[in-house]
Design a protein around this ligand. Structure first.
Ligand code: F0G
Length: 436
């Protein structure tokens, strides 16, 4: 495979044995079986990057033909993500997502200082765009003949869009009948070859890993370390948004553990580079029915647990997470922790987030359910600054939302039932008189 304009200041490094490989080699694992990191020479970077450098790039005005290095919340940090040249970058652009605050939600959660970073407001409606802009740019640099992923839906929606932008064929492997309607619609609409596997996400993941290796297809699951480099920008944006004064906690939903891994690496690097002088603690939140990482955490990682996953939050319905070892490293770097919440807690938290006008898909609400639980248990103090990550958009999974409000959850705390009304003015008047 010819390599065009491959970046030279980075390499791939095994997180287990530190063995290193060239960045333009297509490989996802070390010879020893360990996961790989994109390694940056932090010593060499330290004099080149600063708060001022990144702050100076914040003024990107909208307009025609604005370069992604100006208007993307990923490429703003390119020196510590992927030093690609502008002409090669595949961008929508992504990032620059809002930090919401809402008194009714904060009160329900029990926090005096809660912010929600809404990654569902990325171009395809999830945080995956931040990883995919980097992954597909790298695929282009490597002249990949096709790109592929297994997915619970959001990765495939994002891959389909970015591959379409770049003009590279996309192959996606999804568990049949187990991804939300909005996500399947996106994959089909963006023209991806869509394979509905008669199994779960973990089966799809195993199959795509095998065929990618056999057929020279570039794999863009979060196994691919370039994806995680892009996802680090969520943390860089949070730190920059707080003027480089870090919050106390960042709490996120955890499935395949890509984000958990990326967040730890971002915080470690930000501190090493002198961008911040302390770092927040990370709390990773799993759904109880899909909580292999939580179960391993509970036994101090003495053994790796895998499960047959089941949860309403289909995005995190994963029983054998790929970035397991990288995520353990995040806990060490950030004095982090792991917890788990029930589907009922997830759906009630989602209804609260939706009900204040923000809105998210079920998996995202695990972060808020987790914050509420950790505050109730005294782990997070009410006065500490907490950032919850909302990972996906409300419109991704309309079925879960409508089910909640129309009686599928007997104990639903905030169901907003639609009312049937005859098409007659008297009936409408009577109904309104009762409501107002
Ligand atoms: N939230 C949403 C909305 C997701 O789509 C995912 C992962 C996660 C949280 C969990 O993030 O895997 O980094 O721990 N979705 C993947 C997919 C697996 O295929 O779209 P993670």
């Amino acid at each position: 495979m010819p390599v065009t304009n491959a970046p030279t200041t980075i390499s791939l490094q095994c997180i287990r044995c530190q063995n290193s490989y060239p960045a333009d080699e297509v490989r996802y694992l070390c010879d020893c079986g360990g996961l790989l990191d994109v390694w940056h020479d932090l010593e060499a970077l330290r004099p080149q990057v600063s708060r001022g450098l990144f702050d100076g790039r914040l003024s990107g005005a909208p307009g025609p033909r604005v370069a992604p290095t100006v208007n993307s919340g990923v490429w703003r940090y390119r020196e510590i993500i992927l030093p690609a040249t502008v002409g090669n970058i595949v961008s929508r652009p992504e990032g620059n997502t809002p930090l919401y605050e809402h008194p009714r939600l904060s009160k329900w959660v029990g926090s005096a200082c809660l912010f929600l970073k809404h990654e569902g407001e990325n171009p395809t409606g999830s945080f995956k765009d931040r990883g995919m802009t980097v992954g597909v740019t790298q695929a282009k640099l490597m002249d990949a003949r096709a790109v592929a992923c297994a997915s619970t839906g959001n990765t495939s929606a994002s891959l389909a869009a970015y591959a379409a932008l770049a003009g590279i064929p996309a192959l996606i492997f999804i568990p049949a009948g187990k991804i939300a309607a909005g996500k399947l619609a996106q994959a089909l609409a963006y023209g991806a070859h869509t394979f509905q596997i008669q199994g779960d996400f973990d089966d799809a993941m195993q199959l795509v890993r095998q065929v990618s290796n056999e057929m020279g297809i570039y794999l863009l699951n979060s196994l691919n370390p370039f994806r995680l480099e892009g996802q680090k920008s969520i943390v860089f944006e949070i730190l920059q948004g707080f003027h480089w004064q870090p919050p106390d906690w960042i709490v996120l939903p955890a499935g395949n553990l890509g984000n958990t891994a990326a967040f730890g690496k971002a915080l470690y690097e930000a501190q090493q580079l002198g961008l911040v002088d302390r770092i927040p603690r990370i709390a990773a939140v799993q759904a109880k029915g899909a909580s292999p990482f939580y179960q391993s955490y509970q036994n101090n990682f003495a053994q790796r647990t895998t499960v047959k996953a089941q949860t309403v939050a289909t995005a995190i319905r994963i029983g054998n997470p790929v970035s397991y070892e990288r995520a353990i490293r995040t806990l060490g770097w950030t004095n982090g922790l792991v917890t788990a919440v029930s589907d009922e807690e997830i759906m009630d938290a989602k209804a609260m987030i939706d009900g204040v006008g923000i809105g998210c898909e079920p998996a995202s609400a695990a972060s808020v359910a987790g914050i509420r639980q950790l505050i109730a248990n005294g782990v997070i103090k009410p006065e500490e600054t907490v950032i919850g990550i909302l990972t996906g958009n409300l419109l991704k999974d309309p079925t879960a939302t409508v089910d909640y409000h129309t009686g599928a959850w007997p104990d639903a705390q905030f169901a907003n039932r639609p009312v049937q009304v005859a098409a007659e003015i008297e009936a409408v008047r009577e109904m309104l008189a009762q409501r107002l």
